[in-house]
Design a protein around this ligand. Sequence first.
Ligand SMILES: Nc1ncnc2c1ncn2[C@@H]1O[C@H](COP(=O)(O)OP(=O)(O)OP(=O)(O)O)[C@@H](O)[C@H]1O
Length: 667
Amino acid sequence: MPTQSPLTARLQSVQRQHIEHIFQLGEGLEVPQLPAQATIRRSWLRCLNEYQLDPTQPRPARVVPQQILIEHRESVDELLHVARAGVEQLYQQIAQLGYVLLLTDHRGITVEFRGDPNQDQQLRKAGLYLGADWDERFAGTCAVGTCLHDRQAIICHRQEHFDASHISLTCTAAPIANPQGNVMAVLDISALHSPTQHESQNFSLSLVTLYARMIEDAYFLQRYRNCLMVRLDTSREFVHVNGRGLIAIEENGEVIAANAVGRELIAVHQRRWPPWSTNHAPMLGELFECEIADVLSINSGTDDQLRAFRARVDNTIYFISLLEPRRPRPAQQATPPTSALPEPLARLGADDPAMRKVQKLAERLRNEASVNVLISGETGTGKEVVARALHESGNRAKGPFMAVNCAAIPETLIESELFGYEPGAFTGGRSKGMRGLIPQAHGGTLFLDEIGDMPLALQTRLLRVLAEREVMPLGANTPVKVDIRVVTATHRDIEEMIQQGEFREDLYYRLNGAQLRLPALRERADKLYVIRRVFDDIVDERDNRVTERATHALPRLRADAISALLAYAWPGNVRQLKNALAFALATSESDEITVNDLPEQCLSQRITRQTLCLPDDDCAEPDNEMLELLKEQHWNISAVARMLGVSRPTVYRQMQRQGIMPPNWRG
Ligand SMILES: Nc1ncnc2c1ncn2[C@@H]1O[C@H](COP(=O)(O)OP(=O)(O)OP(=O)(O)O)[C@@H](O)[C@H]1O
């Protein structure tokens, strides 16, 4: 007979006692070990009597299938979109303490989840997972389910859970109500293990309640963004930063809606003055001793943009600030906010600090052709796009923009491609010779992409071109004068390459007259703008290809799709995003792109670069995956690059590193 470990034996004995306590409560017996919280006791009785759950039959966690999960997510897509920043911030605070975060819809299905990927198995088993069902009717007494039932924040600590398989968990949840006061979601933080004392979770309760309120208010602000709104607090200092009451009003002062604090204030008034019925929409002037004109002039008529008014019901002084309605944006949704930048630069981003820095510096450099610009950033972040914008916004815009990808040209050809050659300069060359790419850039911009891949010998020649502003084609006797602006790009650490003797230090300093560092897409604060921009670009490109434009309804990205796109980490940056959107547009059966149209990888949980090895990364294990993919795609490098969401040169580089040769290679 297999022997039990002492730990399993101990757990089973605790579970047996727990089940006994539930029956004791059911029979009306009072034993000291029963939970003190009345909410928990009531829930246990509901589980026994109403839901007929059998405490002797612990149930494994239920995770709903992907399709059902998508439907649940869709039903709360606006909330998911608004809640994202709050979820992220809260998780940052609790992750180190071993907690995970769940956001469920009003049916208890987990629609958003953050947890340590290293604990994936354990978390899934415990039901702390995306798609897990925490409805009290199924899971028994638990923080989410009981919070949904009682519509109030709750700690469900260890043996307060009904199901014996949950008794090592500690969970704390708070409801998120819609503007009508109905619970639409629950925010929960949970841990697999915790100290035994109930009080250890009091801080969790405060934190989760605070974030639930912030998400609720963010949702309220989003919902009524086109309305006038007053923000109120009893503290003058706090009203602008954290005014707790929010009341949306008409221009005449009629109340349209209010957040929890505002609703409570209105409810108190209604209790005091019974003639007020709930059918009667109160006026702001009935709640406070104020003229609506005084409220409407707060922003123009006061120095600190707030005014104090007395609440009629109890004479409390409230400080009130006024939020003007956000004007609906004109048709061009993707246009960035006011900016004095030239159009090509303004289009690069909307409101991201790192991108703003790039835009401002590019603005200053656009006509300074003598300053060589180096653009750095991960693969697919838009280095070529930025180089082109720099060119198009400057006084060379009418001249050529020659883009050369140093990684894509075979080493033996780089020299002749760049510098050109005279007739008969070498065997295999064209009989008339060839004008090199550098001379072709005369009067315009030469963009050298992947400069880190330039062979050392050619680096010396390039250095000479930069110094003397002339090139010597192969086989020629006289140099050709060139007037070029040089912009280079790299995703490699050139300083590291210098240390390794792979890149000339003097060339680096010459190329790096100014550096534009592009942020990764996952770090950008204007991700939504980039999504819309890229989407619009693809639609425009498609419509330019199709002649009868009028037959197309304008495609639209639905909120659930945007939500998923915002949540994904985009290791391949804007290029990968573009591929995902192009895929969705090409395969969608309607003009509304939903989350179902996106490539499956974008629906997976948020991934981090640490957990994902790009083919470009050194962490890539030498395996057959790349080879298999290449074979599957009949050695079509562009197709493989598209599938991986990386550039073609990246695929070439990776092939080189792994020693993969295409079958038709003749080198
Ligand atoms: N701001 C942007 N707006 C619209 N599309 C963009 C933007 N930035 C990048 N893209 C698109 O993303 C793709 C990748 O951009 P680009 O080639 O400039 O990236 P990169 O950083 O040079 O990539 P690599 O390092 O692989 O050379 C292109 O299809 C480009 O059109």
